[in-house]
Ligand binder design. Structure first.
Ligand SMILES: NC(=O)CC[C@H](N)C(=O)O
Length: 274
């Protein structure tokens, strides 16, 4: 039983959800939560090895140049940590190899996909097999969506969750698999964690605006085969308290927002496993 769960939220170059993500980690019971600038990682001042839970927040890193998160993926893949031969990507692989958890939200999800960390079939990280691209609407979508979790998914973050209601805010959220075999495998292995759905959380929803971006098979979030890496377009850190809900003055809601359970599941899992 781990005494001190340590979480890192990476910031810099245009992230904008790091404070909410850090707040979520604290509310979820993480004993230490650090917002770390990517340059502190590249300079070697901070090390991923010292943490258990990595959070990749949303934002507009590098101004979405080359497509969301693409330039940042190249930074992680190719820039060496000062004074070493190691890339941040190498420390990420070690982190994953140790069974630690990574949560990527929106821009963070785009980063995981473009780094080839998700879906990561057969642990083959580094090969990109799906992408997140421009919304079918041709514009930035800022709205709340209904999400249906797959109860059979190995995802450790969504354990015990039923339907959830969370906001999206993105221009490039349409998930497109590289080919049909990739899509089939995602479904067969229950790596499709969340699908956009109707208000009763029953049926996946293919049409706009319930499916805000035209995502293939209404896919909103996926995990890797171990369920320890999870990425999603909606923002769980943006619904931590009833007052985050768009209708909180008109509806009676539980005080806790539905997004918090995702972080609590992560912290609980780490405390038990390490
Ligand atoms: N909120 C976000 O993280 C947005 C991600 C990205 N900048 C997009 O527009 O798709």
């Amino acid at each position: 039983m781990l005494q001190r769960v340590r979480s890192m939220v990476i910031t810099g170059n245009g992230t904008n959800c790091e404070w909410e993500m850090a707040h979520a980690c604290r509310l979820a019971g993480s004993d230490e939560v650090d917002i770390v600038h990517i340059s502190e990682l590249l300079s070697g001042e901070k090390r991923l090895d010292d943490y258990h839970f990595l959070n990749l927040p949303g934002g507009f890193v590098d101004g979405d140049d080359l497509g969301s998160a693409k330039a940042n993926a190249n930074r992680l893949l190719h820039v060496r940590v000062r004074g070493t031969e190691e890339r941040l990507y190498d420390s990420l692989l070690r982190f994953i190899g140790e069974g630690k958890l990574i949560l990527g939200v929106c821009n963070g999800f785009q980063l995981m996909v473009k780094l080839g960390l998700l879906p990561g079939f057969d642990g083959g990280y580094g090969t990109q097999t799906v992408t997140l691209t421009y919304n079918d609407s041709g514009k930035f979508e800022d709205r709340w969506v209904y999400l249906k979790p797959d109860a059979a998914s190995p995802c450790v973050f969504t354990l015990g969750l039923d339907g959830v209601y969370l906001p999206v805010r993105h221009g490039e959220g349409k998930l497109v698999p590289g080919d049909k075999a990739v899509l089939k495998r995602l479904h067969d292995q229950n790596q499709v964690v969340f699908q956009y759905c109707d208000e009763s959380f029953q049926e996946p929803e293919m049409t706009y605006p319930r499916n805000p971006n035209g995502s293939t098979d209404a896919i909103a979030g996926i995990c890797n085969e171990t369920g320890r890496l999870f990425g999603l377009m909606p923002h769980p850190e943006a619904y931590l308290h009833a007052t985050n809900h768009p209708r909180w003055t008109r509806e009676t809601l539980p005080e806790e927002g539905q997004g918090l359970q995702i972080f609590r599941n992560a912290v609980t899992f780490i405390r038990r496993e390490f």
